[in-house]
Structure formats: structure tokens, C-alpha cells
Design a protein. Structure first.
Length: 95
């Protein structure tokens, strides 16, 4: 199994409603792409967190992760999401 973790810093002017729309869309995409075992998009971190938004997806293999990353629906989401982001970090690992 492979985990894909992404954390974003978000522009100050982005509303919780904007983030809720993004959350709904990426969770829908996660259900549409068969290579995604599970996907969580969290927009409610504790104050001690260093990022405002976190995505965690699980895949059966690294190849499945690459299929997800290169899928047109994921790329579309990435393009939309970029409008709200000031910084992005990701971490992929096998467990």
C-alpha cells in the first residue's frame, strides 16, 4: 500500500466555503478513479498545524498512485486548486 500526503498553505482571502467546494470535488474525484483506495481532504487542522489543508490518499501500489496523479480529473483539480495555494508539499511512502 502507498500513501500520498499533500499539504497546502492557502491564500488569506480564501473562504471556508471555497475550501468546502474543493473538498467536495476532490472527494468525488477519489470515488471516480478506481486506483484510489481511500481519500481524505482535511480543512480543519489544530492551531499547531503548519498547513491549512491536507490530503491523504491510499493506493494499492506506486503504479496506482502514478495513475491517479496523471489522471485528467486529478490534473483538472490541481489546476483549480493552484488558484488558492501559496505553498505545496507532498510526501509519498509505502506502508
Amino acid at each position: 500500500m502507498v500513501k500520498h500526503v499533500v499539504m497546502w498553505d492557502i491564500q488569506e482571502n480564501v473562504t471556508i466555503e471555497d475550501l468546502e467546494r474543493l473538498k467536495s470535488r476532490i472527494e468525488e474525484i477519489g470515488r471516480e478513479i478506481p486506483e484510489v483506495v481511500s481519500l481524505v481532504y482535511n480543512i480543519n487542522p489544530y492551531p499547531s498545524s503548519s498547513a491549512r489543508v491536507m490530503l491523504e490518499s491510499i493506493h494499492n501500489s506506486y503504479e496506482d498512485l502514478q495513475t491517479y496523479i496523471n489522471h485528467p480529473l486529478h490534473k483538472e483539480f490541481g489546476y483549480t486548486n493552484r488558484m488558492y495555494v501559496t505553498n505545496r508539499k507532498s510526501f509519498d511512502y509505502e506502508y
